[in-house]
Design a binder for this molecule. Sequence first.
Ligand code: GRF
Length: 206
Amino acid sequence: MMTRIAVLISGGGSNLQSLIDTVHNSYGRIELVISNRRDAYGLVRAKNHEIKNICIPGTDPNYDRLLLNKLEEAGIDLIVLAGYLKIVSPQLIEKYRNRIINIHPSLIPAFSGDGHYGLKVHKEVIEYGAKVSGATVHFVDEGTDTGPVVMQKCVEVESDDTPESLQNKVLKIEHELLPLAVKEYCLGNIQVEGRKVNIKKRGGNE
Ligand code: GRF
């Protein structure tokens, strides 16, 4: 049986698109795309691929309960946060422990935590003078960007990089890393022991 995936978004959904293109209906099935913002373009991407897509307005006082209901109704196994800018409730984290994956546009723990999202991350990297940055896929725990790291990949920060150019470079890496992590999850190759995530090595070519 295919892993039943829900993708939570707030914006453009280019990471969602990478999952649609490489994981959907092969390694897992994206059953549901949920946005906390009605104007999120990711909802259109889902619709274009006939994937159920709904908006629960972030301002709804029953937001957390409605979200949990939708995920339960759809029998979701794995939740992917792909550019999702809302705090996940402790109940949801508890219920889906080590089954919620997030993608963050830096090498955690650098340039991560509260307030680190969007262009701000890349601006800080450049201002700091770091020579590398990258993307991190991690499981979500109660902290901000503090859960066990699943995969990371670096990009070089060039002296002429701007926050925008660095963002583009990192986004490209994100589009490789997130589908890869989700694929390994769907294949049952990911094991979590405390903070350590082990990814089973495969023989042959898959
Ligand atoms: C990505 O940089 C992601 O890491 C971050 O928000 C951005 C979302 O991009 N959390 P998109 O909506 O997937 O295009």
